[in-house]
Design a protein around this ligand. Structure first.
Ligand code: FE2
Length: 368
């Protein structure tokens, strides 16, 4: 049970996540590192296993995935993972949508890995660029017009995405709301845009769908709007990274937005922990209560390049973490680096994620 007293049994370093002296730091923690926890100091790398059966980490290069929108303007994103709370999709659109779209099963939060362009929305035009988060409320009508080929990591949550409740850091954490880009209304005249045989198509994306609605007037005809349910973008350059000099902080301090069972985090460039003996690499863990997807946007792991666009899925109950040789390298080169330059987007889910057959077909097979 939870206790004011935390036990120590056997050989344990005095400091948390530091001074391991050859042992491997493995955390068995509930609630995504914020609940009851045990830090186990092991002799061997717990990720050194061979997996037989469906539970194993999966790694995929998103540049190798072929969503139909990559080659066909009429196409759509590719489903990568799903559960009852969310779908995680990949879009690689380069041509303007010849239709409008409406995700009617949930809020849409998308990360722009590559590309820029324009979104026409009911709230008005919204430009996007690399590094943007794009939030589109459930059932909002919109259309994407890329200026350059655009790769989006998309998360559709069944429940609403919200900013986490303000904690001890106040309302400007995780981000300053005044730094979001919010569209101004701009109704579009009938006759403009993707008119086909005198009609505009609004494609409803839903379980069992799609369904298309056809309008003879332009669907983006909003003269004005008011309220607190609107589309916006927020660029990760403006995200405030919380750091510590003496301990690698748990991922929850990087929480950006959340929906029921879905937690989205930004792991962004920051000063490296500088107190000698501090482990700069996240400790081993087995994702006790959350499936985890890491999307490598850019940067390196202390000089070891990480492939941009790599999608890595770590299921609940299976150990994962940077390989031991990367940890040894980080310790050896402690004095050479004073910053972390990675940008990684993480999507953690309470329920188990099911990888799609298309995704599994592209598994790099690093854990088979
Ligand atoms: Fe993890």
């Amino acid at each position: 049970m939870e206790s004011f007293v935390h036990l120590r049994k056997g050989t344990t370093p005095r400091r948390l996540h530091a001074d391991l002296d050859g042992l491997k730091d493995d955390e068995l923690g509930r609630g995504g590192f914020v609940g009851r926890t045990a830090n186990m100091y092991r002799r061997n790398d717990p990720t050194a296993y061979r997996s037989v059966g469906p539970l194993r980490p999966v790694d995929v290069l998103s540049s190798e995935l072929k969503p139909s929108d990559a080659t066909d303007a009429h196409g759509g994103p590719m489903l990568m993972f799903s559960n009852a709370d969310c779908q995680v999709l990949l879009s690689r659109r380069s041509e303007p949508m010849p239709f409008f779209v409406r995700y009617v099963d949930g809020d849409l939060l998308s990360f722009v890995h590559e590309g820029s362009g324009l979104l026409e929305t009911e709230f008005g035009p919204l430009r996007y660029r690399t590094g943007d988060w794009v939030y589109i409320p459930k059932a909002c009508t919109w259309r994407q017009i890329p200026s350059s080929p655009s790769t989006w990591l998309m998360v559709q949550a069944t429940d609403e995405f919200r900013v986490p409740p303000p904690g001890t850091l106040g309302r400007h954490f995780p981000f300053d709301p005044s730094q979001t880009e919010i569209p101004d209304p701009q109704p579009i005249d009938d006759g403009d845009g993707p008119l086909v045989d005198g009609e505009y198509e609004v494609r409803l994306i839903h379980d069992g769908g799609p369904t298309s609605l056809f309008y003879q007037h332009h669907p983006l005809d909003v003269e004005g709007w008011r309220g607190d349910n609107f589309a916006f973008t927020f660029n990760i350059e403006d995200y405030n990274v919380v750091t510590s000099d003496s301990v690698h902080l748990p991922p929850t301090v990087h929480l950006f937005m959340e929906a029921t069972g879905v937690y989205v985090m930004n792991f962004l460039p920051k000063p490296a922990e500088s107190r000698p003996g501090t482990e700069r690499t996240p400790w081993y863990h087995r994702n006790v209560d959350f499936d985890e997807i890491a999307f490598f946007h850019s940067g390196s792991l202390y000089g070891i390049p990480m492939p941009p666009g790599l999608v890595s899925h770590a299921p609940q109950g299976v150990h994962h973490g940077a390989p031991e040789k990367a940890r040894e390298r980080a310790r050896r080169k402690f004095g050479e680096y004073d910053r972390v330059d990675w940008s990684v987007i993480a999507v953690d889910t309470r329920r188990r994620l099911i990888p799609s057959p298309e995704l599994l077909a592209n598994d790099l097979g690093q854990h088979q």
